[in-house]
Write a protein that binds this ligand. Sequence first.
Ligand SMILES: Nc1ncnc2c1ncn2[C@@H]1O[C@H](COP(=O)(O)OP(=O)(O)OP(=O)(O)O)[C@@H](O)[C@H]1O
Ligand SMILES: O=P(O)(O)OC[C@H]1O[C@H](OP(=O)(O)OP(=O)(O)O)[C@H](O)[C@@H]1O
Length: 238
Amino acid sequence: MSAIPLKLGVPSKGRLMDKTFDWFGDHGVTLRRAGAAREYAGAVEGVEGVELVLLSAGEIPRELAAGRIHLGVTGSDLVREGLADWTQQVTELALMGFGHADLIIAVPSVWVDVETLDDLDAVAAQFRATHGHRLRIATKYHRLVRDHLRRHGVADYQLVDSQGATEGTVKNLTAEAVADITSTGETLRANHLKILQGAPVHQSQATLFAAHAADWTGARGPLAALLARLEIGMPSGL
Ligand SMILES: Nc1ncnc2c1ncn2[C@@H]1O[C@H](COP(=O)(O)OP(=O)(O)OP(=O)(O)O)[C@@H](O)[C@H]1O
Ligand SMILES: O=P(O)(O)OC[C@H]1O[C@H](OP(=O)(O)OP(=O)(O)O)[C@H](O)[C@@H]1O
């Protein structure tokens, strides 16, 4: 059997999976899981030469960077966080219009004097003098939050790693503030946190990416056919 030239990585479960399948279906390309329900293999109907690879949304940035998949669907936040210099490693082919979430910074609602990043900066300097350690911001988005705070001149803080239930860290006294994804805002409200005013750190949505490091020999034909079905222009430089 000859190797399938173009590999398309899509989320295998979680929030983005069903909507990814629907998005391709709406564009005339049927993605189908192959084999048993728990087998992470699949087929693409309607375009020749495209193999479906089912992966966790969180792993897709790494697989793109390594060139093990040619195309991948994942949140724009995960690519920016996971890949240093992401524009050198992938090209955005389509913003898919679902999986919207904002990466924001939030502080306790009772901090009535803190509404903006400038206020946070002022409080952070005071905090260090009073408590003997820097104000702690819990997050799993280290790269994006550091870059954002650097751009806004906030320096007197430390990040503490939180890979889940991040909004609980303030109540648990392991952080004073959080930086996390929100969509409805319910988790923040339930944990008595408020979002700082101003633009979010990042506005994320599901995005179709192409990998620069993939072997495109033999894959450009299937890519052209797939992009024609999706009504996306052929990117330069692949
Ligand atoms: N509350 C939310 N509402 C909408 N989108 C969200 C929300 N939280 C996270 N997301 C987005 O969903 C994507 C992550 O999806 P998901 O949690 O399914 O992936 P994951 O972390 O790789 O999960 P797993 O590894 O368990 O499969 C991210 O791009 C993120 O921005
Ligand atoms: O604004 P909301 O609609 O309330 O959604 C926000 C929550 O959703 C995500 O958590 P997820 O469910 O992925 O769990 P996690 O704590 O493991 O990150 C995110 O980390 C927030 O905690």
